[in-house]
Design a protein around this ligand. Sequence first.
Ligand code: N01
Length: 504
Amino acid sequence: MSTNTDLVTVDHLIVGAGFGGLCAAIKLDEDGERDFVVIERGNDVGGTWRDNTYPGAACDVPSQLYSYSFAPNSEWSMSFSPQPEIHDYIRQVARHYGVRDRMVFNTTVTGADWDEATQRWLVTTTSAEGQTTYAARTFIVGPGPLSEPKLPAIDGLEDFEGEVFHSARWNHDVDLTGKRVAVIGTGASAIQIVPEIQPVAGHLDVYQRTAPWVIPRNEHRYSGLEKLAFRRVPGLQKAARLAIYWGREAYVPAFAWQPKLAAPAKQLALRNIRKGIKDPELRAKVTPDYEIGCKRILISNRYYPALDADNTELVTDPIARVTPTGIVTADGTEREIDVLIVATGFEATDIPIAHHVRGRGGESMADRFKRTGAAAYKGSTVPGFPNLFFVIGPNTGLGHSSMVFIIESQVQYLRDAIRTMRVNDFGTVEPTEDAFREWNAVLQKQLARSVWSTGGCASWYLDEEGRNTTLWPSFTFLFRHLLHTFDVDRYVVTAPATKELVSA
Ligand code: N01
């Protein structure tokens, strides 16, 4: 890193210190690419696992798989570990690999402009101390697709006079004991929150717009002996991870081609309803009317019993407005509350950072995405945005397996790109429009016949045009294979710039 009065120059700038950005930092360091900085708007590593501290937060992908392949953890307490443990794991990994010294916390990227003359990204960051501009050859974008809470457009929400907060910004100062609480939303976050707060709340209203499919959670607490075996028996933990991996891949045909293959999962979910709820009217209300898998399949043994509890009401009438003291539904009923918890998800399809990134010719990535939908080549690179690499880019999300697997695949791709640039002395690499178009045409064709398009539901996987810009529609081993080597023949490359960076 070198600094003049106006600019800090680095080889690589990484945005985000969650699973994605941290993996990129560790692997670049390993490659000897040590001149990088990680810009993180939070005060710690961990991304979504730092931000989502709501009661009951846990991963619904088994921890043996939801961890880095190069940093196995024999100490997971449960098969689906809780958020504090996952956050601790990420912290430990960051410390162990010695990359924290290049992380800049409490700092937000407010602009990123491609400078053609110097072939650098000029990335402006803002913090309490002021503004800094970095000039980076490579711009690695890993802010996470589920980092910006989405507030619902409901009349009167801002006039509510009680406590109100989003699930991803939990207010731990609010004591829910004995309070009248409302939860808006019944997605992955809400179904983890509801069983935790129902026993303490005086009364709980759960506002459901669309019923989710919820299968049982086969939770397993690891014994001391199992942990010891993971530590001592060579290959055992790897074998456990592999077994989970292949079990998860077996879901792909049902999602991608033939929803009928998910019939056993549907039966499990229906049995979960019958087991968890006695009231036939409530059973009917929570039974989805679309194909399982169309929205994310949720896992819980405790959600339905919490809905069936005496102090809970599941409200399915649409919300008309929020008043200073409660929520009014379309039938005119007002339910008074003290606390409103908004579990309405994230800005997933309108990628927030795209509004701040301007590529060749000054076009913002958000404007490009208005034309093409959020889309990239191999989920990683975008024409017009040289030397920019996404980690968890468009169409890299999963409904069935671990995002850490995807992250490692994308980081492998960008490492190979950087290596290729060094070896060949390239100034820039940028995918061709043909490569971009062909990749996305195939993806969209596959997605059109997937359960996410044909299953009869709306979901955060789809953008306003109904286009799926979030999910990878196939096996993850195929994704890894396709990103194993940087395919320079699908890129426009240029020689290094001759112009030096100058201070203004
Ligand atoms: O958000 P969601 P989430 N009026 O978008 C409802 C990951 N995750 O935070 O279905 C009324 O899924 C909306 O209703 P509908 C995981 O990938 C993982 O729960 O759109 N309701 C829905 O019920 C997950 O998929 C874990 O009709 C409104 C809910 O709000 C993703 O994060 C845990 C509304 C939003 O559900 C997002 O999950 C938690 C309105 N105006 C999250 N607007 C793990 O365990 C929205 N809703 C790893």
